[in-house]
Design a protein around this ligand. Structure first.
Ligand SMILES: Nc1ncnc2c1ncn2[C@@H]1O[C@H](COP(=O)(O)OP(=O)(O)OP(=O)(O)O)[C@@H](O)[C@H]1O
Ligand SMILES: [Mg+2]
Length: 239
């Protein structure tokens, strides 16, 4: 495998057991994603976007086909190896946030750093910077049930990028944000993409995100129907 490929997918099929039968959510997907891409999966509800992100992130396993992420085959690796890969090198922004309800904003964002053994003194500064970048410095001590949907989403975004992962998987990351906040968040993510060559894969319906994407992969009914590279996105590729 070439080093510059962060994701390779060959003949991926994903079936879910449903009432004694199977539902095929992904049908023969073939896809390569190169380091530093800023790519979106676009498609109607139920087309398989979240399923594909979950498989790329090693959170769900393929029924058939080969998948590797960041140089690791996800077919034969143990749960522990996949967990370590996620912890160190991936960031997730889930459609439903997945914040820990008993933790504050600070503690939720701090968690990836604790799991990666970053020492406490360093952690504080890094967490505060990440939380400030999403505009929530005044909510550091709030728990998720005290936050608006958009504030939860921004906390989840800070948590996904705080440990500077190589690959960020973002499922509808702006679904609950107003236009101003969406653009602000997309600017933060594009900056990260430019500065650290972080690869991003978004699943989205949001036109505001699409303006920033450099590649758009269209999914329909579990299949890739179009794969387009965008020249005039808002991301400056001149570096
Ligand atoms: N665990 C599961 N068991 C059975 N069917 C599932 C499961 N997870 C997903 N599906 C089905 O697979 C299809 C793809 O689901 P997926 O969540 O990937 O869609 P999506 O493109 O992310 O949609 P949305 O835009 O609504 O988030 C859907 O028809 C869904 O019902
Ligand atoms: Mg989804």
């Amino acid at each position: 495998m070439e080093n510059s490929l962060v994701v390779t997918i060959k003949n991926l099929v994903k079936q879910f057991p449903v009432g004694g039968d199977y539902f095929t959510a992904l049908k023969d997907i073939n896809l390569n994603i190169t380091k530093g891409e800023f790519t979106g999966l676009i498609g109607p509800s139920g087309s398989g976007k979240t399923t594909l992100l979950n498989i790329i992130g090693g959170l769900d396993s393929p029924t058939k086909g080969k998948v590797s992420a960041l140089g690791n085959s996800l077919n034969d690796t143990s749960h522990n190896v996949r967990a370590r890969l996620r912890r160190k090198h991936m960031g997730f922004i889930f459609q439903s946030y997945n914040l820990l309800p008993v933790y504050t904003v600070f503690e939720n964002v701090e968690l990836p750093l604790i799991l990666n053994n970053v020492e406490m003194k360093k952690r504080k500064a890094i967490v505060k910077e990440a939380v400030a970048s999403v505009g929530l410095s005044n909510k550091l001590d709030s728990r998720p049930n005290m936050l608006s949907g958009g504030e939860c989403q921004r906390t989840a975004i800070a948590r996904a990028i705080v440990h500077q992962p190589g690959l960020v998987l973002a499922d509808e990351p702006t679904a609950n944000l107003d236009a101003e906040n969406s653009h602000h968040i997309m600017k933060i993510l594009t900056d990260l993409n430019q500065k650290l060559d972080t690869s991003f894969i978004f699943a989205t319906h949001d036109e505001k995100i699409m303006d920033y994407l450099r590649r758009i992969i269209h999914l329909d009914d579990g299949q890739i129907t179009e794969d387009e590279f965008i020249k005039n996105s808002k991301v400056d590729t001149s570096k």
